[in-house]
Every structure is written in structure tokens, then in C-alpha cells.
Design a protein around this ligand. Structure first.
Ligand code: FSO
Ligand code: SF4
Length: 538
């Protein structure tokens, strides 16, 4: 195996024996094959569109889910990944029969073998020899994986964007095209960012249409006395179904990690048994799932291989999977049957309290726009000197304590704008407020970084600036997996410069490609808190 798609990759170079995430080599190579056949299917759908034919949205959904399955910590289940390879090949063969001109199709579009394991070993990252081309192909593929994850959530809310799917598939196909130069692939990378903005806008529209606009909300982090289910990941439709089915059962529902922002949506406030948020970012789940005592439903990635003590309480749905853990699913638009989880919950003791108090969030675009006068006044008066975007992911690495220290040392006239699970490094600190505006404004999940971009664009308009980089906003972003890659590419597409990215730069950036990002966009790493404070002018 060779995998270097996430920030925790072994030695900042690549996982070769087994994933730091716990991914076994046979799973890693089968994921490589799933990416390969998905690219082959995408080449076929792209050719069909070029020939004027329509592609059914079930095929679009399959492609998005396949990519999502291969995101870090999403799916460790060899059987379900292998089944997806078979399903994808079958769909591809059927569509291939409709293609008139097959001459330009790549090998991946034509391959229909049965020796998956042997083939898988030949189609991984290292199959591309030129390290710059490899770097760009992987950067594009990882960005598309992140985009596919957001697309999948929008699809679950019956929001489809054929233009976006067509782009996603054509871009996937282009990563197989040996005629493309480094310059072509750099241009394609930026185009992926453009569609990243569109994909996050689609998901924002799907979420806010279904559940209303997030609003300032205080979320309880203690526990109640009832047995309960913990729901983690990013899929709000899954949460809605779970809340509906647990109504009047005596079972409470708590959010974990990236599901916390669900509390900010007006729709979910009508459920009295929606009890609060339990725990922290994904990587602390081994302790927290144990002490939660009840079942845990993983709706997306960020599964840590479970301890035996709670493995029988861990359930997956959607793109997530873990061998030995039960999986529940249903086609989009149909209800998933969570009754088995609810029955298990009834037999479990209530959660053990691990903290008390509350946290505040809900500062997505509409809520911040509603406060615009106060915010603008605070900036004009100098009460707020700078905004610091500290969005992205949290992770296991000790070096990430940098972000807590950075938040603690920020001058009192600065405000943190956050989204994603990175927030857990500072959303429980007592950083106070500025004239009633909390110093940590949480917009929501990582995809809600879209809100942070809208807020920046709004401020640019209010202050009559020509360039978003003239705003008093600095970017100190932490990344872990591929959704952060699409968020980064989206910000670059919007023209944001001088983003600092940590705790380490991606291993998949070759020295030349890292130089392109540094020279063209001012991307930089992090050093230490005190020096970085000076570099940021804080
Ligand atoms: Fe965190 Fe995991 Fe949302 Fe990621 S929960 S690390 S960026 O999946 O997706 O922020
Ligand atoms: Fe390694 Fe990250 Fe790939 Fe897991 S996802 S195998 S930790 S690079």
C-alpha cells in the first residue's frame, strides 16, 4: 500500500505498511481500485455527455459515494469496498455499451477484470511516475473526494447539481489523461476550487432550505438521565431521521464532533429529546464512546478503529463502514430504519458525564449578516482589530496544541472565525467577548467554511474594498483530511492569499508544487505561536 492523503501520514511521507489511521493494506489497495474504477466510470459518463446523452443521477450518486468511501477514516470494511468495485464495474459496462466513440477512453474505462487484488496493486498513487504530475493528480483527486462528500450530503436532501457532477466526473477522468501538462493540471486544480465553492453553496442551500438558517445557540455539554444515542459525522438528514424515530421512546440523542452544529438550525430545536453535545473532536472518540454507554451512529468519516468494549455499540450508515459493525442504509428519499439502534439504546445505561456547561455557536452567514451593523461598528471603532480564521480539522498530533495556544495568546481585540472540528481546540476556552460579540464565532461544520467566505465577501462590500485580501482577516487553517483540501482550493479560487496551513504541509505536494502554491498564493506553514503572531501582525 501507499497512501499519503491525510495530514497524519507516516513520517509526513506516506503510509506503506499500515495506515496511521488504522487502515489495513488490503483495504488501502481496494480503495485504490475503487478510485480507479470510479475514474473509469467517470471517463465513460464524460464521453456520454460529450455525445449528447444524459447520465442518470443514480450514477452521479454512485460516483460521489465511492469517492466518499475512500476519504480518511470513512470506511475500513473490505467487503463493502469490494462490493462497490463490482457494482461500479457493472454500471460502467452497461454505460460503455452506449458510448459511440470509445477510441479516446482510458484503460480504466475499458478494464473489466476479476482479479481485483492484483489489479489494485498496479493502480495506486505511485502508478504515476513523474512526481509533479502525481502530486497534482492527487491534489485534484483529494479535492474531488472532499467535494463528493459535500455533494453526497446535498444529494441526501434531494439536492442535485448536474453541472457540478459533470465537472466532478470530467475532472476525475482528466487525472487519467497522460496528455495533460503540469500547467493544465494547475489550471484544473483551480477549477476544482471553483466547483468547491459551488458544492458548498449547494449544500448550504440544501441544509438551510430543509432546516432553516443557523442562529445563535447555546448547546449543553453535560448529560441527562435517559439512555441515549450519540450521532457523529456530518449528515443532517440522518440526524433528522434519527430524531423522528426516537420521538417519545425515552431515548435522548446527543451530537458528537462535527454533528454539533446541527443544534444551530431552528428545525432541530423542536425535538425535546435532542439533548446536547457529548465530547470533542473525532480523535478523542475511544474514551468518549466508551463513557457514552449507549449506541453511536457514524454518519460519515472520522471513525477511529473501535475498542472491543464498545464495538457492538458502533453503527455506520452512508459512506461509513467498519468490519464487524452493523450498517444501516436506504436509498435517498427513503427513511432509514434505525429501530435496532433505538432498541439497543433502551438497554444501555445513560451517558456518564464528562463535562458540564455549554458552548455557543450558530454564526453562519445569515446570523452574522444580522449582526453586521454591530460588527462593522466594532471594526470601525477599533474594538475589533482583526479576524483570525482558524477553521479546518482537529487531529491527534501533539503539535496541534499550537492551535489552542495560538487562540489563548491572541490579543483581546481579535475575533476567531471558525468552522470544522478544529474548533474543539478553543470553543471551550473562556475567551470572552467584544461588545457582546463572542471572540469565537463558530459558523458550523467544515463545509460551512462557505459561510466564512460569504462573511469575508460581505465585509469587503461594506468597507468598499476591491480585494478580499485588504480586509483585516488572517487565515491560520489546520487540515487533516480531504474535505479540508476542497475548502482550501475553494478559498484559493476566491482569491484569498497568504493562508497558513498546518500543522504540516501536505506530503502529497511535491517540492515544485509546494513552490507554486507559495509563489502564487502565499501559502505558508506554521512555526511557533510567538513568531507566527508577529508574522500575522497580531
Ligand atoms: Fe473534522 Fe473529520 Fe469536518 Fe473532516 S470531523 S476532520 S475536515 O472529517 O470533515 O471537520
Ligand atoms: Fe495514512 Fe492518512 Fe492514508 Fe490513513 S488516510 S493510510 S493515515 S495517509
Amino acid at each position: 500500500m501507499f497512501c499519503y492523503q491525510c495530514q497524519e501520514t507516516a513520517g509526513c511521507k506516506g503510509c506503506t505498511a499500515c495506515g496511521v489511521c488504522g487502515k489495513q493494506p488490503e483495504v488501502a489497495v481496494m480503495q485504490d481500485l475503487l478510485v480507479y474504477v470510479t475514474k473509469g466510470l467517470s471517463a465513460v459518463t464524460t464521453q456520454l455527455r460529450a455525445e449528447g446523452k444524459t447520465v442518470d443521477k443514480t450514477v452521479n450518486h454512485l460516483i460521489s459515494v465511492n469517492l466518499f468511501i475512500t476519504i480518511t477514516n470513512a470506511n475500513f470494511d473490505l467487503d463493502s469496498i469490494t462490493t462497490k468495485v463490482t457494482e461500479t464495474l457493472a454500471v460502467k459496462e452497461e454505460l460503455l455499451g452506449q458510448v459511440q466513440n470509445k477510441e479516446s477512453l482510458p484503460e480504466a474505462a475499458l478494464w473489466n477484470g476479476s482479479d481485483y487484488t492484483e489489479k489494485a496493486k498496479t493502480v495506486g498513487v505511485l502508478a504515476t511516475e513523474n512526481e509533479d504530475i502525481r502530486s497534482l493528480r492527487e491534489l485534484i483527486t483529494y479535492g474531488l473526494k472532499g467535494l463528493a462528500a459535500y455533494t453526497k450530503h446535498a444529494n441526501a436532501l434531494l439536492n442535485d447539481d448536474e453541472e457540478l457532477d459533470a465537472f466532478l466526473q470530467s475532472a476525475l477522468a482528466k487525472t487519467l489523461d497522460d496528455s495533460l501538462s503540469v500547467d493544465d493540471l494547475v489550471a484544473l486544480t483551480l477549477e476544482v476550487g471553483k466547483y468547491g465553492v459551488q458544492g458548498m453553496a449547494d449544500l448550504d442551500a440544501a441544509n438551510t432550505t430543509a432546516y432553516g438558517n443557523p442562529e445563535i445557540t447555546t448547546v449543553d455539554i453535560g448529560v441527562r438521565k435517559n439512555p441515549a444515542i450519540l450521532i457523529s459525522g456530518h449528515d443532517l438528514k440522518d440526524l433528522e431521521m434519527l430524531l423522528e424515530q426516537t420521538k417519545d421512546t425515552g431515548v435522548d440523542v446527543y451530537t458528537h464532533s462535527e454533528m454539533l452544529p446541527a443544534h444551530y438550525y431552528p428545525f432541530f430545536k423542536k425535538y425535546p429529546h435532542f439533548a446536547g453535545n457529548y465530547g470533542n473532536a473525532w480523535w478523542k472518540q475511544k474514551e468518549e464512546f466508551e463513557s457514552f454507554n449507549g449506541p453511536v451512529l457514524m454518519t460519515t468519516n472520522c471513525i477511529v478503529p473501535p475498542k472491543d468494549s464498545y464495538k457492538d455499540r458502533l453503527w455506520t450508515t452512508g459512506a461509513a463502514g467498519y468490519p464487524g459493525c452493523k450498517h444501516i442504509d436506504a436509498p435517498y428519499g427513503e427513511a432509514k430504519d434505525f429501530s435496532a439502534i433505538i432498541e439497543q439504546a433502551k438497554k444501555c445505561p445513560p451517558p456518564t458525564e464528562i463535562e458540564t456547561g455549554s458552548i455557543i455557536g450558530g454564526f453562519a452567514h445569515e446570523q452574522v449578516f444580522a449582526l453586521a451593523d454591530t460588527v462593522v461598528e466594532a471594526v470601525k471603532s477599533g474594538a475589533i482589530r482583526k479576524f483570525v480564521v482558524m477553521a479546518g480539522c482537529d487531529g491527534r498530533a501533539k503539535s496541534r496544541s499550537y492551535y489552542q495556544e495560538f487562540a489563548e495568546k491572541l490579543p483581546k481585540d481579535t475575533v476567531i472565525l471558525t468552522a470544522g472540528c478544529a474548533k474543539y481546540k478553543y470553543n471551550k476556552l473562556d475567551l470572552g467577548d467584544i461588545g457582546g460579540i463572542p471572540r469565537v464565532l463558530d459558523a458550523g461544520q467544515c463545509n460551512d467554511s462557505y459561510s466564512l467566505a460569504l462573511i469575508a465577501l460581505k465585509l469587503k462590500e461594506v468597507f468598499g474594498l476591491n480585494d478580499v485580501n485588504d480586509l483585516p482577516i488572517v487565515y491560520n487553517i489546520s487540515w487533516y483530511e480531504q474535505k479540508a483540501v476542497i475548502v482550501l482550493l475553494a478559498l484559493l479560487y476566491l482569491g484569498v492569499k497568504n493562508i497558513h496551513l498546518g500543522p504540516t504541509l501536505p506530503a502529497f505536494l511535491s517540492p515544485n508544487m509546494a513552490k507554486v502554491l507559495v509563489d502564487s498564493f502565499g501559502i505558508a506553514g506554521i512555526t511557533n505561536v510567538d513568531d507566527d503572531m508577529r508574522i500575522f501582525g497580531l
